[in-house]
Design a protein around this ligand. Structure first.
Ligand code: FES
Length: 107
């Protein structure tokens, strides 16, 4: 299990245990966290799983694939250099302690 902190736009923090191999999107949904929708179920077709990876972690994630970068153009909230689709962040032991911030809205 790895620990991931998800911080809503309101500032509410959730520390969740995420099994290795699980996506941040799925783990957040399972934990009942508002602010991630994940409408397409992780199929890179909705951008409603948008998050901002904490600055301290941004360089420690694998680069976004071209398909993710393309879908990031469709986010409802401001796109930032640290923007990622949480359905594409697959948790492994190296991400223990990961922090992601959620945008104001996913629509
Ligand atoms: S859940 Fe649809 S793109 Fe991530």
């Amino acid at each position: 299990m790895t620990s991931v902190t998800v911080i809503e736009a309101s500032g509410t923090e959730h520390v969740i245990d995420v099994p290795v191999g699980e996506t941040v999107m799925r783990a957040a949904l399972n934990a009942g966290i508002d602010g991630i929708v994940g409408e397409c179920g992780g199929g890179l077709a909705c951008a409603t799983c948008h998050c901002y990876v904490d600055e301290d972690w941004a360089d420690r994630l694998e680069e976004a694939e071209p398909a993710e970068r393309e879908m990031l153009e469709c986010t409802a909230s401001e796109l930032r250099p640290t923007s990622r689709l949480s359905c594409q962040i697959i948790v492994d032991d190296g991400l223990d302690g990961l922090i992601v911030h959620l945008p104001e809205t996913q629509y």
